[in-house]
Design a protein around this ligand. Sequence first.
Ligand code: PLP
Length: 452
Amino acid sequence: LGMIEEVEPRIAQATRQELTDQRASLKLIASENYASLPVLATMGTWMSDKYAEGTVGHRFYAGCQNVDTVEAVAAEHARELFGAEYAYVQPHSGIDANLTAYWAILAHKIESPALEEFGAKGVAELSEADWETLRRRFGEQRLLGMSLDAGGHLTHGFRPNVSGKMFHQRSYGTDPETGLLDYEALRAQAKEFKPLVLVAGYSAYPRRINFAKMRDIADEVGAVLMVDMAHFAGLVAGKVFTGEEDPVPYADVVTTTTHKSLRGPRGGMVMATAEYAPSVDRGCPLVLGGPLSHVMAAKAVALAEARTAEFRTYAQAVADNAKALAEGLMKRGAKLVTDGTDNHIVLLDTTSFGLTGRQGEAALLDAGIVTNRNSVPNDPNGAWYTSGVRLGTPALTSRGFTTSDMDAVADMITGVLKATKPTTTSAGAPSKAKFELDEAARSNSLAEAERL
Ligand code: PLP
């Protein structure tokens, strides 16, 4: 940091402070983790300075031999770790990975047959009229993904997101009674809507998915099954999710981030069957430009780490810790969506403490516990205030927290929420944002966070 200090002290200071903050508080954000020093160090090198548009051995720039090694090693680790036929490690983020996947699916299912029909070898040869027809066909395609308030992601067809604009979209929810995925309701919806793409995967659903059932539904309606395993890739890598809970053998295309439970650098990846590989391989120029060579290198290091026995132990501990956290919360009176968890996520309904998600999130932050507010199914408080906080165990498990530590964390969380009271707005109405947190409860929690 000394070198940075000389150039821009404010950045050195913010970086130093971030380290202090991330170590002093309890990081329960389900999508965050602590990447290892080898992963962090790999990102901070001159590999960043190289342009390498294209794919391994087929670049639009000279001098890419070292980037070729990096990309090939990262893809090899991804294929072997997940048992995938093909892996594409260039996407810069989860959103990029999903966009790459969507356009690759459109290229394979819509563009290639159209080119054949129009007698063209590539889009450059299309007449204006053919090109218009092709564009219209792209725009007519349908996508069915999980709704945001049931736990899906913005990129699964949320209308304000590009995925909800490039496709005609519909969303599936969860059972209003149990909060669980209802496969038969989904089957009926898919049969009626007939999507080109059925997306499975989530950001805030605290349960495992049965991908054999998802495959069956996709097959019944002739849809491509795409699974976004961004959140639970670490549990798949660590063999906690196996058999029908492992998406790779069932999906046509699997996308992921590399920085959540997988514990790598910030980034994305797409895996696919051999059938979709040529289309995904065109991520650049479909969606991407130059890959982040230094980040691909760090992905290779993280994927190598994820192939170890230590990582399997870690992944199992992530799931065990989530269960211990959920049980600790419920035995202290908290209401959880689906009454528990069997992955790394716990979704706590803050209304059982008389609070909005926003009040819960802010009070917990004041008390040294970092979470994020999150909608619950059919949330009466909308996406801004929400009625829940999402908790996740990947980061604390990386710090060595055990199930008994998680019980102590559950005690802190319920202690803080019980000691938080909503207050009124300046007009005297009940506020969805303002709150008062009892000072003794706050300082107890801060001391406990420090101790843990
Ligand atoms: N997919 C899912 C399921 C996610 O939860 C997220 C991130 O929250 C993403 C995609 C997007 O990842 P990124 O933030 O790297 O673009």
